[in-house]
Design a protein around this ligand. Structure first.
Ligand SMILES: C[S@@+](CC[C@H](N)C(=O)[O-])C[C@H]1O[C@@H](n2cnc3c(N)ncnc32)[C@H](O)[C@@H]1O
Length: 280
């Protein structure tokens, strides 16, 4: 339902290169990068990554590379590596790194199996990527495996169970949200499970932080979606295909949501979590 919430596998960030909305997704990522909640968690993350000059940093699901490039610009890293499944994202990251004058290595790969030896990095991070994976637990184990003993691991993700919408038809909204929970798989709830998943992956001294984004304004006559969203119809259309709702339900959901926004009654919120730990 947002650029983060695909109603159908393949529509969201699981396979960006096959997604016809790639350009909108990059713009959506730039918008979410400006959310105060994301900024808060990134700042918490920095205090846990504690990067020092010469260290080796891995960013899994680096996307457009903004965070990796920002970290590498602030601390002269020995090595900064971004891994992403999407060639298009890596191209964008490469352009941004060049523009920033920062040298980073960008590698196409799958978060579940990253081709680096055990303990290759001093710090590993991953942000809002695990939710798109079939097996987020496996990716977390990889992050811990790739950190050297005593190395830091920080993961951030959304928990879609926290998504609230004060919709004029709450029953319809509940039906749509329940449909999204069913179609999205293990990633749907990964945010609220990060603390224990990181512990299960073997990390020690694990801590957690949370931050909530709220939307209270949107002009549907000016933009197709609230900031950080993709068009509702494209994202939730998978629920129609999967038989969770009829197309008339989707039309009604969207029309009412637009109407609420036009009357200055938009309210939605979403919580993201970060967990930080130390590799054994
Ligand atoms: C929502 S974006 C987040 C990007 C970035 N971490 C950020 O916070 O701006 C999710 C990223 O995960 C990548 N991704 C999805 N599945 C992946 C996988 N199996 N392995 C590695 N990256 C993956 C996508 O291509 C996309 O760049």
């Amino acid at each position: 339902m947002t650029h983060e919430t695909a109603g159908r596998p393949g529509l969201g960030f699981s396979d960006v290169d096959q997604n016809p909305m790639r350009a909108a997704m990059i713009a959506g990522m730039d918008a979410t990068g400006r959310w105060p909640a994301v900024q808060t968690l990134r700042s918490w993350e920095r205090s846990r990554l504690r990067l020092r000059p010469g260290e080796h940093l891995l960013d899994v699901g680096c996307g457009t590379g903004d965070v990796l490039v920002g970290l590498a610009a602030d601390v002269p890293l020995g090595r900064g590596v971004g891994v992403d499944a999407s060639a298009e994202m890596l191209d964008e990251a490469s352009r941004r790194a060049r523009r920033a004058g920062v040298a980073v290595e960008l590698v196409k790969g799958d978060a579940a199996k990253i081709e680096f030896p055990d303990g290759a990095f001093d710090a590993c991070r991953s942000e809002r990527t695990l939710q798109w994976l079939r097996d987020p637990d496996a990716a977390l184990r990889e992050l811990v495996r790739l950190a050297r003993p005593g190395g830091r691991v920080v993961v951030t993700d959304t928990d879609w169970r926290t998504f609230l919408v004060d919709h004029p038809d709450p029953d319809l909204a509940a039906k749509i949200l329940a449909g999204l929970a069913t179609t999205r798989g293990a990633g749907h709830s990964v945010g609220g499970r990060l603390l224990n998943l990181l512990r299960d992956a073997g990390a020690q001294q694990v801590e957690v932080a949370a931050a909530t984004h709220t939307w209270t304004a949107w002009d549907p006559d000016r933009t197709a979606q609230p900031s950080g969203f993709v068009p509702l119809r494209a994202a939730a259309g998978g629920l129609v295909e999967a038989g969770h709702i009829g197309v008339e339900d989707l039309d009604r959901f969207i029309a009412l949501q637009e109407d609420a926004a036009r009357h200055d009654r938009l309210f939605m919120s979403l919580t993201m979590f970060s967990a930080a730990g130390v590799a054994p």
